[in-house]
Each structure stands twice: as structure tokens, then as C-alpha cells.
Design a protein around this ligand. Sequence first.
Ligand code: NHR
Ligand code: GAR
Length: 225
Amino acid sequence: MPTLEHSQAPCRIVVLISGSGSNLQALIDEQLENKLLINIEAVISNQPGVYGLTRAQKHNIPTHVLAHKDYLDRASFDKALANTIDSYQPTLVVLAGFMRILTPEFVRHYTGRMLNIHPSLLPKYQGLHTHQRALDNQDDIHGVSVHFVTEELDGGPIVIQAIVPILQNDTVDSLSKRVQTQEHIIYPMAVNWFARERLAIQEDTVLLDGEPLDKTGHQIDSRTT
Ligand code: NHR
Ligand code: GAR
């Protein structure tokens, strides 16, 4: 029986990974808890042999490896990637530790229906090595952002951020673990909102339940919650 709360078909999701897939696991767990809300149709990795593929297979989710090294250039890789994704007719594409920059053509095709999780308090530290950069700058806080993907790398409208403290003697390892704990909370939350059609984009602003969010999205402060 469909519930009053959620009578639609599950939101069809394709997840792109490059690595261990702990964020993918958080989404699989969300799906297991709430079967009617989302369905991960496929997982695609640009890296062969990564553990995220095993996580998907354990739950009978179809997997594909598209090794970017097998393609002549970014455009041909992205075409093959889009063809594979679109064969599943997803409503949402989720980048979960996906480490290849995507071409503008690819990104435009998924406008408003592709999310990324980035390990920094955007707009600070776009790009790579965010934990090291936060430590080098002796920041007091660090964190993670979920944003809609646009042509500007890590520059799309932000849905949600979680703040973590930086502690004395933190290393990249200790700090990234603290950040990842928050990743596994906020990514399922953002995907859940999308699946329930609670998110919209108006120009550069994210609306949650019709109300505009700040530029930094909905904020969760792990120091106080
Ligand atoms: N593509 C676009 N157009 N826009 C975004 O916002 C994107 C994107 C592709 C990936 C994830 C992003 C992150 O969260 C992401 C956001 C990879 C690189 C990178 O430099 C940078 C940012 C992100 C992902 N990749 C190198 C490249 O040449 C390869 C690095 C490697 O393989 O280790 O593609 O941080
Ligand atoms: C996550 O910490 C994510 O924030 C980061 O990679 C890790 C992937 O972990 N993403 C990026 O750095 C994107 N450039 P996972 O494979 O265990 O989900």
C-alpha cells in the first residue's frame, strides 16, 4: 500500500564513484531503510577494482566500469558515461567521491539533477587536497558541502553543509574521518529531500520547501548538535 506521506514511485538514482564508496554505502543504507523513496539503479566507476563496486554488487545493484584511460579525450569519455547513465533513465545523478572533472556539455545535460559532495566548507577550498589546505591555513573549522553540479568546479548552488572543528594535533587522516562521519549524515539527507521533491533551484539559489536557503545551504554544526 502506498503511504499518504509518499505515494510516488521511488526516485531513480545513478551513483558515480572512483573509490571506496562509503558515501554510496550511506545511500544504500538509506534505500534499505526507506525502500519506497529511492532506488539506486546503477553504480558506475571510472576506476576498475575499487571497493565501492563490491558494495554495490553485495546489494545486487548493476555496476559498470568506464575507465577514463580507455578514452581518447574527456569529451569521448563523458559521452560514453552519459550513454551508460541515461540507459537507466535516472531522475538524479549522484557523484560520490567521483574524481574526474566533467565537461560543460555533460554537466548541462544534467542541470538541476546532479549532486556532488565536496569535503570543504564551500566556497572555501574548491578542488583537491582540501583537508591539507585547511590544516596548512590553521583554520579552526572545516567541513563538507553537498551542491548541485554546474560547469564551475565545486561552484554550484549549495544544498547543505556540515561544520566540524579542527582539533590540535589533527592530521589529514583524523580530520578527514571527522568530516566523513558528517558526509554520511548529510548526503542521504540531501538525496532524501530531492527524492521527496522538496528541493528546487531558482537561478543560483536552492529552495527547500519553497523557501530560499542561504548561499551556504542548510547548515549543521556538529560542534553544537
Ligand atoms: N565537474 C564539474 N563540471 N563541476 C563540478 O562541480 C564537479 C565536476 C566533477 C567532479 C567533484 C569534485 C570534488 O568534489 C566534481 C565536481 C575531481 C577533481 C579533479 O581535479 C576536482 C574536483 C572534483 C573532482 N580531478 C582530476 C581531473 O583531472 C583528476 C584527479 C584524480 O584522478 O585523482 O579530472 O572535489
Ligand atoms: C569523500 O570524502 C568525498 O568527500 C571526497 O572523496 C571521498 C570519497 O569517499 N570527494 C572528493 O574529494 C571529490 N573530489 P568514498 O568513496 O568513501 O565515498
